[in-house]
Write a protein that binds this ligand. Structure first.
Ligand code: SF4
Length: 203
């Protein structure tokens, strides 16, 4: 494990997050699945990381109610309310600072809202590529540089970052940088687990 990951891990624990370590996505998936009680309802935020672990697919196969707008298994109108009331919310984070802040940018806001309030427990799976050796400015720079351009292209958006790999917020009329959140501590006294994975996951 890198020095940065060790430092981030200790900082997250000081802030009240439960931290689990995994060498790769397969180990992360096993450990996440072991945390989820039988019959628990699941909410999932838009997350390439979660998709790459395959956890949501396994939970669906096991018969859990999985509320995810990337699945086509329930009426669209039910998905966000179901996720917001779920027993366990699965997500990642766009960046984690050296001193353990979770930093996210969201377009619709459903993901950051559920990370902050609603579901009874949160599990955030975070690849090594999401850790920044700095604070909020470095986290924001990482998100704008490494997350927003591929996310915009994934969504077939014509934002400046999608076209040039650079943020140009002044000329971005229909982007998705609508909410920026900095989570300092778990909220609502609910279990909040961060799974730190020693490989790159998502973006
Ligand atoms: S503000 Fe617009 S251009 Fe900048 S990162 Fe966000 S979506 Fe991309």
């Amino acid at each position: 494990m890198t020095e940065l990951m060790q430092t981030v891990s200790a900082a997250l624990e000081r802030r009240g997050f439960q931290v689990i370590h995994a060498k790769d996505r397969a180990e992360a998936a096993r450990k996440v699945l072991a945390l989820i009680p039988e019959g628990a309802s699941i909410g999932v935020g838009g997350s390439v990381t979660v998709r790459e672990t395959g956890v949501a697919d396994v939970l669906l196969q096991r018969g859990h109610a999985v509320h995810w707008h990337w699945f086509d298994v329930e009426p669209k109108a039910d998905i966000f309310p179901g996720a917001a009331r779920s027993d366990v919310y699965l997500c990642s984070a766009n960046a984690v600072t050296r001193d353990g802040q979770l930093v996210n940018i969201d377009g619709t806001g459903n993901r950051v809202a559920a990370m902050i309030h609603g579901p009874r427990a949160v599990i955030a799976i975070v690849g090594a590529n999401k850790l920044v050796d700095g604070g909020y400015p470095q986290a924001l720079a990482r998100i704008k540089r490494d997350a927003c351009p591929p996310n915009a292209r994934r969504l077939n958006m014509s934002t400046p970052c999608a076209l040039t790999d650079k943020c140009d917020a002044a000329n971005c009329e229909h982007g998705f940088c609508n909410v920026i959140s900095i989570q300092e501590h778990p909220t609502g006294k609910r279990p909040y687990t961060v799974v730190l994975v020693e490989e790159a996951l998502g973006y």
